[in-house]
Ligand binder design. Structure first.
Ligand SMILES: Nc1ncnc2c1ncn2[C@@H]1O[C@H](COP(=O)(O)OP(=O)(O)OP(=O)(O)O)[C@@H](O)[C@H]1O
Ligand SMILES: [Mg+2]
Length: 355
């Protein structure tokens, strides 16, 4: 096992720079997820760690070694791709053992390693089958088995679950997490799915346009996003982000662009009149006394366990999630009151957190 250090790495294709100086420290045994919208540079970063793509500047260390100029096969890593890329004419066992065979490992050793990986992944009954005789989830497990058999210092995953249907994805998510708890191999995992990131990672690195926006544990990012981008990216339904100004004379509050007064438990000194963004998560509303805050209901979606309310405060759209059942009709005013202690304030210009 090994740590992975990415130090101020840049990547340019021709004159176009797509990774603008990214640094990430990954500890030995850690499960780190790179998450971000399409095109932000996740796969590029992972491929640079793997050695499939040269870096333009910076350093990448795996364990104690700087690996900038090492070919992939010498980096002691195993990568699992979105397309499993199994050999169609080899059996499950042959697919899993192929890398070891190429390294001329003794036959008995290959067999015992394949066997052990198959046991871990519940693939023993399928060892003699061909990929076409397997379900999507089973093929995905074979692709992971191929990585496990090599017993690498680091696993690299690039959206390994995106070809699976929703139900299988949830199941595989739990299996990969359990696998990591057993093997404790350092893992770097790429996804654009923030739910996958939240549920699996020890630590999440949020990327955007070739930079790191924030890195931290899932709940750190959820509870204290460092900027508007992370606030809007992590969490589903997304955090409500309302534009307006901070008001400090008398009791602190926030006045939206439409003149609606929203509660604040405090604001930075000297921020009176400052244009800001008021962030409030959907679950941080409660139903207040009549006439406190009027949210005009657009749509109510009962899911059974909770009720999602889509509404408007002035001209700005909000969504609230309530544990209780709500019988309001479209067009009605609902007193949706934000919990002042759960408010996130961001600078309108820089997008940075203010409180
Ligand atoms: N070979 C290439 N030549 C030029 N530009 C490239 C090349 N490969 C990737 N890019 C650009 O680099 C940026 C990052 O691409 P990358 O594949 O890393 O994104 P990603 O975060 O993995 O996105 P996705 O979620 O869609 O897989 C994109 O703007 C892409 O167009
Ligand atoms: Mg990608």
């Amino acid at each position: 096992m090994a740590s992975v250090d990415v130090v101020d790495v840049r990547k340019a294709y021709g004159s176009q720079e797509v990774i603008h100086g990214v640094s990430v420290d990954i500890s030995d045994g850690e499960f780190v997820i790179l998450v971000g919208p399409s095109g932000c540079g996740k796969s590029t970063l992972l491929r640079m760690i793997a050695g499939l793509e040269p870096i333009t500047s910076g350093d990448i260390r795996i364990g104690e070694r700087v690996v900038n100029d090492l070919p992939p096969k010498d980096r002691d890593i195993a990568m699992v791709f979105q397309s499993y890329a199994l050999y169609p004419h080899k059996t499950v066992a042959e697919n899993m053992g192929f890398a070891l065979k190429m390294r001329h490992a003794p036959k008995a050793e290959i067999e015992s390693r394949v066997r052990r990986a198959a046991e871990i992944l519940d693939l023993v009954p399928y060892l003699g089958r061909y990929p076409r005789q397997l379900s999507g989830g089973q093929r995905q497990r074979v692709a992971m088995g191929r990585a496990i058999v090599r017993d690498p210092a680091v696993f690299l995953f690039d959206e390994p679950l995106s070809n699976l249907d929703a139900k299988l994805r949830v199941q595989m998510r739990a299996e990969i997490k359990e696998l990591h708890q057993r093997l404790k191999t350092t893992t770097v995992y790429v996804t654009h799915d923030q739910v996958e990131a939240m549920t699996m990672a020890d630590r999440i690195v949020v990327m955007h346009d070739g930079i790191v926006e924030q890195s931290g544990s899932p709940l750190e990012l959820y509870d204290r996003p460092a900027n508007v981008f992370v606030a809007g990216f992590i969490g589903s339904p997304a955090m409500n982000l309302l534009k307006g100004k901070i008001k400090l004379n008398g009791k602190a509050s926030f006045v939206t662009d439409d003149g609606v007064d929203l509660p604040l438990s405090g604001a930075p000194k000297g921020s009176d009149g400052k244009p800001a963004i008021y962030g409030i998560r959907p679950e941080h509303f409660s139903l207040g006394a009549k006439d406190t805050i009027k949210a005009e209901v657009s749509v109510i979606e009962p899911t059974g366990s909770e009720t999602q309310v889509f509404a408007k405060v002035g001209s700005q759209k909000i969504v609230g999630v309530f544990r209780e059942r709500i019988a309001a009709r479209p067009g009605e005013a609902l007193p949706m009151v934000p919990d002042a202690k759960s408010v996130h304030l961001f600078d309108q210009e820089s997008g940075l957190r203010l409180n």
